[in-house]
Design a protein. Structure first.
Length: 337
């Protein structure tokens, strides 16, 4: 850490270099970021689920939220996933493209798309009921994460949710992180612990696999920290993340801001002002995606963190993780769409 700011090396490659994959005779555009994970069909209600009679159709998931945040922050982004070969799968791909995300790494699988129902509560949190066992994205495996794809990217973002949806998807995330780290790229890992998907023991094992490969990990406190680090306080959670092998840790604290730890010191960043809290779901994903985008585009760590916080604060004022995204910073700072 120098003058209160971090420095993380980034490979210098052409933004639009083309990588040729001989075995499939296919050209890959290079990306600033590849996100590996699941895109879900969302059926949402503006009231509590038990009182709901009508639902709106959309698409969401941590991987999509992060990818959309990164694209809005100015990065070229692709999402590596699988969708069902049905109307929902086609609609997902169309929606992803509308967010400025490259869809060339979306594959079709002979399984339904993961789905969840959600209802809102006045505190900005949402209730969820998931149906994702055996989903198309759960069929992701290490064979889908080719060296050619990783060679065509400058950074990779994976999450604990991707690890939790199936053993093969966990292996895909791990392979991607290893390949990216071996090539000197940036790896960002969001643990995103979900008790409906995994157990604390399994989440700790998953964290232990990825953390030594990660430039940055972004656990939340108290939610992720309780599962991963046994209810440690925020400072202890940051230290535990570093002890697991991560180069830097960002511990998000909700409306209290976040902590950044680099092994030499722990710095508290106050929360960015949010005019309203409508839906806090996905704000951590937006933070991770924006942070990764700005790091790979050359911002120092301090600025990347602040822009990630600003984007997350913008997102919580609106329903859904991708409906209101901050755009690349200009002379006056970050703006929104």
């Amino acid at each position: 850490m120098v003058d209160g700011r971090f420095s993380i090396p980034v490979r210098s490659i052409l933004h639009y270099r083309m990588a040729f994959r001989e075995t499939e005779r296919k050209w890959y555009m290079s990306w600033d970021l590849v996100v590996i994970g699941e895109i879900l069909v969302e059926l949402s209600s503006p009231v509590a689920l038990r009182d709901s009679t009508h639902f709106a159709l959309s698409f969401s998931g941590d991987a999509l939220n992060a990818a959309a945040g990164a694209a809005a922050a100015g990065a070229s982004v692709a999402i590596l996933t699988k969708v069902g070969g049905d109307e929902f799968g086609a609609a997902i791909t169309e929606y992803v493209a509308s967010l400025g995300i490259d869809t060339s790494l979306i594959r079709t699988a002979p399984s339904p798309n993961g789905l969840y129902l959600t209802g809102a509560d006045p505190g900005g949190r949402r209730d969820f009921i998931y149906s994702r066992r055996g989903s198309a994205a759960s069929l992701l495996g290490p064979q889908d994460v080719t060296e050619e794809i990783v060679d065509s990217a400058r950074s990779l973002l994976v999450s604990g949710i991707t690890q939790a949806i199936s053993p093969s998807a966990a292996a895909a995330a791990l392979r991607g992180a290893r390949l990216m780290r071996d090539r000197g790229g940036i790896v960002v890992y969001d643990p995103n612990y979900r008790p409906k998907l995994t157990t604390p023991d399994a989440a700790r094992d998953a964290f232990a696999d990825i953390a030594p490969l990660a430039n940055v990990v972004t656990p939340s406190w108290p939610h992720d920290a309780a599962a991963l680090f046994g209810g440690a306080d925020p400072d202890a959670a940051a230290k535990s993340a570093l002890d697991a092998g991560a180069s830097a840790a960002i511990v998000t604290l909700g409306d209290q801001g976040l902590l950044v730890a680099d092994g030499t010191e722990i710095t508290h960043y106050p929360a960015h002002y949010a005019p309203a809290v409508v839906d806090a779901t996905g704000c951590g994903d937006i933070l991770a995606g924006t942070l990764t985008a700005r790091l790979v585009l050359g911002d120092d760590f301090d600025l990347a963190v602040r822009l990630g916080m600003a984007a997350a604060a913008e997102a919580v004022g609106h329903r859904g993780g991708t409906t209101h995204l901050a755009t690349p910073p200009g002379p006056g700072g970050i703006s929104s769409t």
